[in-house]
Ligand binder design. Structure first.
Ligand code: THU
Length: 132
């Protein structure tokens, strides 16, 4: 928690830029995400939709997967941004995957007005399922 303004700004800029690559012809709801590692590297993702709707992948999970595929395992914050009235909140599936790989990460929700809301993933996923 307590992510600095500088880090939040870097994550926001990265997420907003990647959001422009969103492939969302069905919902027309563009989402961008950026995740930062403990040593300051940023990985990004956007939502990718499919004509077979259920295959749609969210921005947060794409950002996390890209970072995991690069070998990263230590994350301090993930930011998500969309054009919403209030800062956009990650869906349940994203919360689970974020928790699986980063159970103490700070989630920063935001919107195009640059409003932000910060919360620990633990507080967003009550009584979580975890590794057995
Ligand atoms: N979406 C995300 O990318 N992240 C979320 O946390 C919620 C939803 C995407 C999925 C779909 O492409 C569009 O937003 C509408 O649900």
């Amino acid at each position: 928690m307590g992510i600095s303004k500088e880090i939040t700004g870097r994550l926001y800029d990265a997420a907003i830029k990647t959001r422009l690559n969103s492939c969302s012809p069905y919902s027309e709801f563009k989402v961008g995400a950026a995740i930062i590692t403990g040593d300051g590297k940023i990985y990004t993702g956007c939502n990718i939709e499919s004509s077979s709707y259920g295959l749609t992948m969210c921005a947060e999970r794409n950002a996390l997967s890209t970072a995991l595929c690069a070998g990263e395992r230590d994350f301090s914050a993930i930011l998500v941004v969309a054009d919403t009235e209030k800062p956009v909140s990650p869906c349940g599936a994203c919360r689970q995957l974020i928790y699986d790989y980063s159970p103490d990460v700070t989630v920063i929700m935001s919107n195009l007005k640059k409003e932000t809301l910060e919360m620990n993933i633990k507080d967003m996923l009550k009584y979580p399922f975890g590794p057995v």
